[in-house]
Design a protein around this ligand. Structure first.
Ligand SMILES: Nc1ncnc2c1ncn2[C@@H]1O[C@H](COP(=O)(O)OP(=O)(O)O)[C@@H](O)[C@H]1O
Ligand SMILES: Nc1ccn([C@H]2C[C@H](O)[C@@H](COP(=O)(O)OP(=O)(O)O)O2)c(=O)n1
Length: 216
């Protein structure tokens, strides 16, 4: 097992379906290695919130990208938890609402928005743990350590129900719908290790991953 701090320039990618545990696991792996983690989903969520607050039609790429140029967002990849800033305003507390959950897939489906996110991620200096949907396939295909998290919709809905006001059945239905909308960019990389987190605790998932990492 690798014991941090991690001094190499390695990128670890952790992709997976909604509420499979990506950010909690990425944060734990990053802390074990003493490096930051990067939450790509937060940028899609922040773009969605900005569009919603500006009253934009989220299906229209050009006005959204113009809005993002006018109001640049900054991802702060802290190991304990990523934050997104709009100037001095911390958007993070508003990014996990059910309203953003509902709008984000439409925003993330647009190639122009994906390029806006990808450019910001590729500008970051490794080492880091990157989590999302397409970190191992599209953004960092050269990463030497790739993981893909799954769990049944019911397990994921039960976990998320501890963080959302809606009941488990409503959350499960919304997760299944978002899984369907996100399928295009959510395939595991061929060289990713797939982990079903359903029967595991958070700590066990983190240990499985850190045990498989190559030496720096
Ligand atoms: N075995 C597990 N693996 C990962 N997360 C778990 C596990 N058990 C419970 N959780 C919890 O599931 C919730 C959802 O995880 P999160 O990191 O927000 O997922 P994602 O980033 O994929 O949406 C968190 O509260 C996390 O602590
Ligand atoms: N690399 C990524 C990350 C997220 N997305 C999309 C897909 C998701 O519906 C939203 C939000 O992602 P996030 O990882 O924050 O969502 P979950 O926590 O898994 O519910 O963004 C994406 O298309 N590509």
């Amino acid at each position: 097992m690798h014991g941090g701090p991690y001094t190499g320039r390695m990128i670890v990618t952790i992709d997976g379906v909604a509420a499979s545990g990506k950010s909690s696991v990425a944060s734990g792996v990053a802390r074990a290695l003493g490096i930051p983690y990067v939450s790509s989903g937060l940028l899609y969520r922040a773009a969605t919130l900005l569009g919603q607050e500006a009253g934009l039609d989220l299906n229209m790429t050009a006005p959204l990208l113009a809005c993002l140029r006018e109001h640049p967002l900054r991802l702060e990849p802290l190991a304990a938890g990523n934050r997104v800033w709009l100037g001095q305003r911390d958007l993070t507390p508003d990014l996990h609402s059910s309203a953003v959950d509902r709008g984000v897939s439409v925003v993330a489906a647009q190639p122009g928005v994906r390029t806006w996110v990808d450019d910001q991620l590729r500008a970051l200096t490794p080492p880091f743990v990157a989590e999302g949907r397409d970190m191992g396939t599209n953004v960092f295909p050269q990463a030497p350590a790739k993981f893909y998290l799954t769990a049944s919709p019911r397990v994921r809905a039960e976990r998320r129900s501890r963080e959302r006001p809606e009941d488990v059945a409503a959350i499960e239905a919304a997760l299944i719908q978002r899984d369907a909308l996100d399928t295009t960019q959510s395939a595991p990389a061929p060289d990713a290790r797939v982990i079903d987190t359903g029967p595991l605790t958070l700590e066990q998932v983190i240990t499985v991953i850190t045990q498989q990492l190559p030496a720096p």
